[in-house]
Design a binder for this molecule. Structure first.
Ligand SMILES: [Zn+2]
Length: 124
């Protein structure tokens, strides 16, 4: 289960909690650069002007958030609403397909397949 079952969980109404949850889903092994795909050159970008959730790659000198490369990248819909949509999709009768996850989260199809199985709670 990657998303909390309870709709009362803060990630469904609190922007910071939603961002942390989304980062954990997108980056289970920690943030990596969406441009060069490496972990060890990435550092959190502090500073009030940027807002939370920004990272910086030392190698390509690009700034990014967990949204980059996902369907949310150019979306103005808050992450918490995306998470709620995922949560509702996951509990729908048909469940969420690996292909949907792959496209929505911008993760590899293989990673999406594993997560889709975990969301479904082992019902194969
Ligand atoms: Zn990079």
């Amino acid at each position: 289960m990657i998303l909390p079952a309870s709709l009362a969980h803060p990630c469904y109404y609190d922007d910071d909690a939603a961002r942390e949850m989304f980062e954990a889903i997108r980056w289970p092994d920690g943030p990596y650069c969406p441009h060069c795909g490496v972990f060890d050159t990435v550092a959190p970008l502090g500073g009030k002007s940027m807002g939370p959730g920004w990272y910086w790659c030392n190698k390509c000198r690009e700034k990014f958030t967990a949204r980059v490369g996902s369907v949310m990248e150019r979306s103005h819909i808050p992450l918490r609403k995306w998470l709620l949509a995922f949560r509702l999709l996951a509990s729908s009768r048909k469940g969420m397909s690996a292909h949907q996850l792959h496209r929505m989260l911008g993760i590899s199809y293989k990673a999406a397949w594993f997560r889709a199985h975990r969301i479904r709670g082992g019902r194969h």
